[in-house]
Ligand binder design. Sequence first.
Ligand SMILES: Cc1ncc(C[n+]2csc(CCOP(=O)(O)OP(=O)(O)O)c2C)c(N)n1
Ligand SMILES: [Mg+2]
Length: 312
Amino acid sequence: MIEKAIEIYKKMFLIRQFEMILEDYFTKGLLRGTTHSCIGQEAVAVSILDYIDIERDFVTSTHRGHGHFLAITGDVFALASEVMGKRTGVVSGLGGSQHLQHKNFYTNGITGGMIPIGVGIAFAKKLKGEEGIVISFLGDGAMNEGYVMEALNMAKVYDVPIIFVLENNCYAMSSITRNLSGGEFGDRVRSFGLRYVYEEAIDVLNLWQKFGEIYREVLINRSPVFIECRTYRFCGHSKSDKREYVLEEEEDFWREHDPLLLLREKILRNIELDELERQERYVKQGIVDAFKNAEQEEELGVEEFSSKYISA
Ligand SMILES: Cc1ncc(C[n+]2csc(CCOP(=O)(O)OP(=O)(O)O)c2C)c(N)n1
Ligand SMILES: [Mg+2]
């Protein structure tokens, strides 16, 4: 278990460090377009995505998808290149932060926009008798989009192999979630007849275990499940957001319950601080180097773009 705990911690640490360095790059004006960090939410991404096989399963993500991408690939260079618009990016620098695609992993910037697509993919899997399932992430703000409700209904009616993972990070842009959403999300989800599970994304190892049970269940039973995870973003919606809306008490609670730091404390009961710090330095250096290397890369030229993306 300690090996697994360290593996999960290192992935979470990688995601957090990546996002922090990315924010510096954004401030220096080195990125193309906008970007949304997932600092604080790493636990959800790393625990559920630890189980998937991206050649067989599909994952749909959101505008806040770096953590999901890195949990699957760990490829910091491809992501750093992408957000800088370089040809070595995940999608050759054409998609930017919000439009990533790698094997069966897809994101877009439309709030909840990937949810109907995720249900469609799961329905296709069912019709074709294909193995594997779909994991579709969404935010709490997306729960107020009509097409998301339609898609939840269809997932139940068509009985498709999908796990919806709602990352309820307490905010949708600068709105406090509980001020803009009527009732409880669980009641909405259950009203469609969907199985609903609620988890606190604080104790990562517990979350990882619970996700494993649900993943295996859907893989076999092939019916939809909806998981709401209470999580928190320690950063603004995007870089220009000064977070003037945060509730002090809630912020204090999460600072004291930062899942990354709690896991770190647990690990330190089993390994020496020096050793952990050595591993952290190694991970961080890898990210710093990836950004520096990405900076040196070129943008995709017109000819290369044409030969790669426009068929004759
Ligand atoms: C259809 C649509 N409406 C509005 C927006 C603008 N927008 C971008 S992110 C966002 C809030 C999303 O909140 P949530 O789903 O909670 O995700 P979070 O940002 O908290 O991860 C909005 C309204 C959009 N991208 N797409
Ligand atoms: Mg949100």
